[in-house]
Design a protein around this ligand. Structure first.
Ligand code: NAD
Length: 389
């Protein structure tokens, strides 16, 4: 067929024969995406150059994996999800990504990774994905993660994190998919008044975001009672670093991107408060490397596959915090940009210290801190710089 008679350069379809829009090679779109594609033709504007580049490379290289026993990673094109997908692939476990790219990037995926452009809110799309790719387990990473913004956007937060999880669980139940690993958060604890947070520390979320994550955990628990779902929730603390220079944290609210943004723009990074009862007066938090966290997801998936027992929730914490002041000094060393951070007032309700014990995860999920603070900072900085090139 002559190129000129095709719908577009990605198609094998004649314009007059295209009764409905169709997929890019290897991509399935949901109804919402189909609505965005006018006249059944694809153009770079429809999907973004990022997704097109991913598809072109993937089509050239062929599928990464195919066939059954696939783990679906929702939100697999995001910062954490993409690391989890790489860890699954490194372990030889077939992974399928479903992501609406609301905050993710197709370029974070290795070429050839099976990818569906779609939302967890679209139950029909989930059923199709499970059937087509013979999904046997789900790592549910997709979510709206901005705790501060969630206070202004509670309905959006609940829709994405609670309704989205319920729709996903319904599709899983419908198709008999009975294992799930859920991305939960330290935010379920709120501002705990304890030296070390354990899984039993009282849950007192203080934002719609934290509440939505706790409800997500409850949904899994209740589905386990109702339908025998096997599950675990991983409560992340402060996730930083990059396990691959092509994947980085793009959050406009997290400490590392904010500090790097300031340095790149020639501004001085800020610290909120330096009069806390800590060694250097700045907040102490539990920073963990994203690649270490990804490994524990694979361990959880393997245990679920093997029918081995898991706790309903695990803290992925270091047991040993790092102060924001220490991070600033390490950033200055690694970047070679000397600076003394500006001191802004304390943020309301910001506790002096939040550090979690990761003992249970170490016992069951191969959890350990394999990276130093310097490696966390340098990998994040390298990824950030390669993104700018
Ligand atoms: N980054 C952290 O420090 C941290 C800490 C605790 C918990 N978490 C949780 O981990 C998960 C991943 O966080 P992240 O830092 O990678 O964020 P991210 O924003 O980079 O990733 C979220 C991914 O989910 C996708 N997504 C969002 N809504 C979706 C929907 N309705 N359907 C399909 N895909 C959707 C986004 O496009 C994105 O790719 C989130 O659930 C977050 O709440 C993150």
């Amino acid at each position: 067929m002559a190129e000129s008679s095709l719908c577009c350069r990605f198609c094998q379809t004649r314009p007059q024969a295209a009764t409905r829009p169709h997929s890019l090679p290897g991509v399935t779109e949901n109804a919402g995406d189909r609505r965005r594609i006018r006249g059944g033709c694809h153009s770079p504007r429809d999907f973004g150059a990022d997704l097109l580049r991913f598809q072109q490379e993937g089509a050239a290289r062929g599928p990464y994996y195919s066939g059954g026993m696939t783990w679906l990673v929702t939100g697999g094109a995001g910062y954490i999800g993409a690391h989890v997908v790489r860890a699954l692939q490194d372990a030889g476990i077939p992974a399928l990504v479903l992501d609406d790219l609301s905050s993710g990037h197709a370029s974070f995926l290795a070429p050839g990774t099976p990818f569906i452009l779609g939302s967890i809110l679209d139950g029909a799309q989930l059923l199709e994905a499970i059937d087509e790719h013979e999904v046997t387990g789900v790592i549910h990473v997709a979510g709206f993660k901005y705790a501060g913004v969630s206070v202004q956007r509670p309905l959006h937060t609940y829709e994405q994190n609670v309704t989205g999880t319920a729709v996903l669980l319904a599709a899983m139940q419908d198709r008999g998919v009975d294992r799930i690993v859920f991305s939960s958060s330290a935010a379920v604890y709120g501002t705990p008044d304890v030296d070390i947070v354990t899984e039993d520390t009282p849950k007192n979320p203080q934002s719609p975001y934290g509440e939505s994550k706790l409800i997500g955990e409850w949904l899994l628990r209740d589905q386990a009672i109702a339908s025998g779902l096997r599950h675990t929730s991983l409560r992340y603390f402060n996730v930083v670093g990059s396990g691959d220079p092509t994947i980085y944290d793009t959050s406009p609210h997290n400490l590392f991107p904010l500090v790097f943004d300031a340095l790149v723009a020639g501004r001085t990074p800020r610290i909120n408060g330096n009069d806390y009862p800590t060694s250097d007066g700045t907040n102490v938090r539990d920073y963990i490397h994203v690649a270490d966290l990804a490994v524990s997801h694979v361990a959880a998936a393997k245990r679920l596959d093997a029918g081995e027992p898991l706790e309903s929730a695990y803290n992925l914490g270091s047991g040993d915090g790092v102060s924001v002041g220490e991070i600033m000094s390490t950033v200055a060393e690694v970047t070679g940009i000397p600076f003394t951070p500006e001191i802004a007032p304390r943020r309301l309700g910001d506790p002096a210290r939040i550090v979690a014990a990761g003992d249970l995860a170490a016992r069951d999920l191969e959890w350990r801190m394999r990276h130093s603070l310097r490696e966390m900072v340098s990998s994040a900085w390298d990824a950030r710089r390669s993104a700018e090139r």
